[in-house]
Design a protein around this ligand. Structure first.
Ligand SMILES: Cc1ncc(COP(=O)(O)O)c(C=O)c1O
Length: 443
C-alpha cells in the first residue's frame, strides 16, 4: 500500500479550523490521523487511496461488514418509498425492530428505542430508580456504559488514581469527563469486575437501584466473567431487590441473536443494545420484562419515566436494524457458527505467530471479537490488564499493522471485530502481515 497520508492530514488540518481538535467525537482523535472515505465488506479506503482490512469496525457495529448490500437496500427502500420521519404515532418499522428483539432475546418482552447506546443505558437506570425508589447505581471498574453522569467514570483508569485492587468495597471515583456537577456521583458506586464480595458489601450497606455492567468487559479488550460471577450478581440482585442491567451494546447481536445472556444463561432484568443491532446505523434499544418497561407508560404520572427524542426510532436506522437482524437470524444460528469459525481461525493463527516469535502474549476471544494481550494470562479485571499488559508494545504493534494495511484502532487493548464479510483469505492475509509485523517488533 502507499503509505502517504497527505490528504488525510489535510482534511484533519482543515477541520481543526471549525471543530475542536478537528474530530467530532474526541475518542476518534487518534494517531495516525486517517480520514476514511469508503468502506465495502471487510475493507476500508482512506482519502489517499490506501486500503485496509478493517477490524476496528467503527467501534464494533459492523457485524455484516461495511455497506452490506441488504442493509443498504432496506435503507434505500425507506428513502424511495416511505416516510423518513413523521414524529407522530407509531409505524411498522419500529414495531418490527421490537418484535425481532423480543423474539430473540430471552429476558425481553417489551422494547423502547433510542439513537445511541448511551441514551439507552441512561433510560435503563431511570427505570431502575423509578421502580425501586432508590438512587444508587453500581458500575464496574473497567466497564464503559456511555457518556452520561452516572456512568462516565473509571474505565481505563490510571492505577495512580485508583490505587491497589479493591477486594472488598468501592473504588475511588475517577470521572472520564469534566463538567459532572459536584454531588452527581454520590450515588454511583464503582466496584471491581469479577468480585462478588465487593458487590455484596455495597448492596448490603447502600441503597442501590441498579447494577449495570457489560457481561464481558469489552472496552478493555475481552475480559470474561469468571465462573459463577454473573449467577452471583443475579442472586444478589434478587436478594436485595436491585435491578440487574446487562449492557449488551457490544455483546448483543455480536455473540448471539439472544445476546451474551443467551450464552451464559443468566437473565438480567433490563438489557441495553446498540452497535451490531443495526450494522453501523445509529440505534439503541432498552428491553426487559413488561412490569419494568411499562414505567414508560405508568398510569401514575409521578412514576412515569420520560422517554422522548425527535429521532428515536428513525425509519432509516430501524430499516437497517431489521435487515441486520433478519440476515443474522436467517439460517437458524449457522451465521454465528460461521462468524465464530472466523474468530477461531484468527485467534489460533495469532496465537501460533506470537508463540513462534517468543513473545509473551495471549489472544482473548469471544466469537468474532478478539484482543491480543501482551501478557502471560487472560486478565480477569482492569488491574490485571493495567499491571500485566505491555501497553507500549501493543501501541507499536497496532501502528505497524496500520502501516501495513490492517486497521486496528490505535489504542492499546481495543477489541478487534470480525464481520461476516471477512473471508478466510482476509484472515490469512492478516495473519501473514501480522507475522511480518511481529518480526519487526522483536527486532
Ligand atoms: C458497552 C457499551 N455501552 C454503551 C456504549 C455507548 O454507546 P454509544 O456510543 O452508542 O452511545 C458503548 C460504546 O462504545 C459501549 O461499548
Amino acid at each position: 500500500m502507499s503509505s502517504s497520508r497527505t490528504k488525510s492530514e489535510e482534511i484533519h488540518a482543515r477541520n481543526r479550523n471549525v471543530i475542536p481538535g478537528g474530530v467530532v467525537s474526541v475518542n476518534r482523535a487518534v494517531k495516525p490521523e486517517i480520514s476514511f472515505l469508503r468502506g465495502r465488506g471487510s475493507r476500508v479506503w482512506d482519502a489517499d487511496g490506501n486500503e485496509y482490512i478493517d477490524y476496528h469496525a467503527g467501534f464494533a457495529p459492523y457485524i455484516l461488514g461495511h455497506n452490506d448490500p441488504d442493509v443498504t437496500d432496506a435503507v434505500r427502500r425507506v428513502l424511495d418509498e416511505e416516510a423518513t420521519l413523521m414524529g407522530a404515532g407509531t409505524n411498522l418499522l419500529e414495531g418490527r425492530v421490537a418484535e425481532l428483539i423480543v423474539e430473540h432475546v430471552p429476558s425481553v418482552d417489551r422494547v423502547m428505542l433510542t439513537n445511541t447506546g448511551s441514551e439507552a443505558t441512561y433510560h435503563a437506570l431511570r427505570i431502575a430508580r423509578a421502580h425501586t425508589g432508590r438512587a444508587g447505581v453500581v458500575v464496574m471498574q473497567g466497564g464503559y456504559n456511555g457518556w452520561h453522569n452516572d456512568v462516565a467514570l473509571n474505565v481505563m483508569t490510571p492505577l495512580e488514581a485508583v490505587g491497589e485492587r479493591v477486594e472488598r468495597g468501592e473504588y475511588p471515583k475517577v470521572p472520564i469527563t469534566a463538567g459532572i456537577p459536584e454531588g452527581a456521583l454520590d450515588e454511583v458506586h464503582v466496584v471491581n469486575y469479577n468480585d462478588l464480595e465487593s458487590v455484596n458489601e455495597v448492596v448490603r450497606t447502600r441503597s442501590v437501584a441498579a447494577i449495570i455492567l457489560e457481561p464481558i468487559l469489552q472496552n478493555i479488550g475481552i475480559v470474561k466473567p469468571v465462573e459463577g460471577y454473573l449467577e452471583g450478581l443475579r442472586r444478589l440482585c434478587d436478594e436485595h431487590g436491585v435491578v440487574l442491567v446487562f449492557d449488551e451494546v457490544k455483546t448483543g447481536f455480536r455473540h448471539a441473536m439472544g445476546g451474551y445472556q443467551s450464552l451464559c444463561g443468566v437473565l438480567p432484568d433490563l438489557s441495553v443494545f446498540g452497535k451490531a443491532l443495526a450494522n453501523g446505523y445509529p440505534v439503541g434499544a432498552i428491553g426487559g420484562a413488561q412490569n419494568l418497561m411499562d414505567y414508560f407508560v405508568h398510569e401514575d404520572a409521578a412514576k412515569r419515566v420520560l422517554i422522548a427524542g425527535t429521532y428515536n426510532a428513525h425509519p432509516i436506522p430501524c430499516a437497517a436494524a431489521i435487515a441486520t437482524m433478519e440476515k443474522l437470524a436467517a439460517d437458524g444460528g449457522a451465521t454465528f457458527e460461521r462468524l465464530y469459525a472466523k474468530g477461531d481461525r484468527m485467534s489460533k493463527g495469532l496465537g501460533s505467530i506470537l508463540d513462534a516469535a517468543g513473545l509473551t502474549a495471549m489472544v482473548a476471544r469471544q466469537g468474532s471479537a478478539f484482543c491480543v494481550y501482551f501478557a502471560d494470562h487472560a486478565p480477569r479485571d482492569w488491574h490485571d490488564v493495567a499491571e500485566h499488559h505491555d501497553f507500549e508494545l501493543d501501541t507499536r504493534y497496532r501502528a505497524a499493522l496500520i502501516d501495513r494495511g490492517v486497521y486496528h484502532f490505535p489504542l492499546a487493548t481495543k477489541q478487534g471485530s470480525i464481520s461476516l464479510a471477512h473471508t478466510e483469505s482476509d484472515v490469512d492475509e492478516t495473519l501473514s502481515i501480522t507475522e511480518d509485523v511481529v518480526s519487526t517488533l522483536k527486532a
